[in-house]
Design a protein around this ligand. Structure first.
Ligand code: XMP
Length: 319
């Protein structure tokens, strides 16, 4: 349980295990800039330093400005940081795909392909490191539980992978443990407390086909939602909050004329462990402000709804 977790002891034990497993090999890490992969990067850097190569696959499914922020946060930390600009290739693979599980598998597989290619450029990396944590495994059915959804770093791994092994030092940990570990490893609190972001990124918040147009609308709506929650000082009390662009259009009226626009859904949850979650009780005034801004500033959106379901029966993400 999180309260019994001893971060110092965990670090010591992990470092010994990582060094034993890796020896003088090279390790590749897919760095998303999220909490799990960032903490893993810090842990691996401490264990094996210059043998670590962090690859940031910029798949074009990040939130607004996020790609540049990730680069900024990691480029001067003494890691081998590589930013692969692979947006077009991800969007091409996702063209016409609407099934959530297919999207997840495609993205998971494409991630691995990018790593393999980058590994070859570096000169054959021996190991792939992944920031898998315990709830990822539990919810992907690998420990005998029922499949709920394939987390990209579990269900999406292709079988013909070209590495000697996979390194997943965080796989027994809950999110809270990972954050403690990050603080113990001297990562900035702002990064350690960042809300989670799914590996498949905005693709699972873009219901139906993923297109550049929908992604752009989603990024703007999500940015407005996040900005307003921060302005209302609600961002610390809510564990995860984001916008979803649905594949539903509805009729509305703007400037006296008929519109047929996109429907944006807002999702915000309060949770200890992300295994179950309650929807956040955001005051109506804040929701109204967010709705007015989204419909006012994004021309093709004419309706905004707030998701009032808990997990279960819903999941946090919509796909
Ligand atoms: P769900 O939607 O399963 O989400 O209730 C629980 C938490 O996990 C995050 N999530 C993911 N994280 N890879 C990840 O690393 C994924 O494929 C993935 N899918 C969901 C989600 O954002 C939430 O915090």
């Amino acid at each position: 349980m999180p309260s019994e977790f001893n971060a110092k002891a965990f670090i010591e034990k992990s470092i010994a295990e990582i060094q034993e497993a890796v020896k003088d090999g090279k390790v590749l890490l897919g760095l998303s800039g999220g909490v799990d992969s960032s903490v893993l990067a810090a842990l691996l850097a401490k264990a094996i330093g210059g043998q670590l190569y962090c690859i940031f696959a910029d798949h074009g499914l990040m939130r607004k400005n996020e790609g540049d922020e990730v680069e900024e946060a990691f480029k001067d930390r003494g890691l081998n940081f590589i930013r692969a600009n692979v947006k077009d290739r991800f969007l091409n693979k996702l063209k016409g795909v609407t099934d959530p599980e297919r999207k997840r598998k495609i993205i998971g597989e494409e991630f691995i392909r990018v790593f393999e290619e980058e590994a070859n450029k570096i000169g054959n990396a021996d190991f792939l490191a992944q920031g898998t944590i315990y709830p990822d495994i539990a919810e992907s059915g690998s420990d005998g539980k029922k499949l709920i959804k394939s987390h990209h770093n579990v269900g999406g791994i292709p079988e013909n992978i070209n590495f000697k092994g996979i390194i997943e030092p965080l796989k027994t940990l809950y999110k809270e443990d990972v954050r403690r570990l990050g603080l113990e490893l001297n990562l900035p609190a702002e990064l350690v407390n960042r809300q989670p972001f799914p590996g498949p990124g905005l693709a699972v918040r873009c219901i139906g086909e993923v297109t550049e147009e929908k992604l752009e609308i989603l990024r703007e709506a999500d940015y407005i939602f996040r900005t307003e929650l921060a302005a209302a000082k609600l961002d610390q009390a809510i564990n995860q909050y984001f916008a979803v662009i649905t594949d539903t259009r509805s009729v509305g009226v703007k400037n006296g004329g008929r519109t047929y626009g996109y429907l944006i859904a807002l999702r915000a949850v309060v949770t200890d462990d992300f295994v179950s979650a309650d929807f956040a009780r955001i005051p109506y005034d804040t929701l109204e402000k967010v709705s007015m801004r989204i419909t006012g500033e994004i021309r093709s959106v004419n309706r905004v709804v707030y998701d009032i379901t808990s997990k279960p029966p819903s999941t946090v993400e919509w796909e």
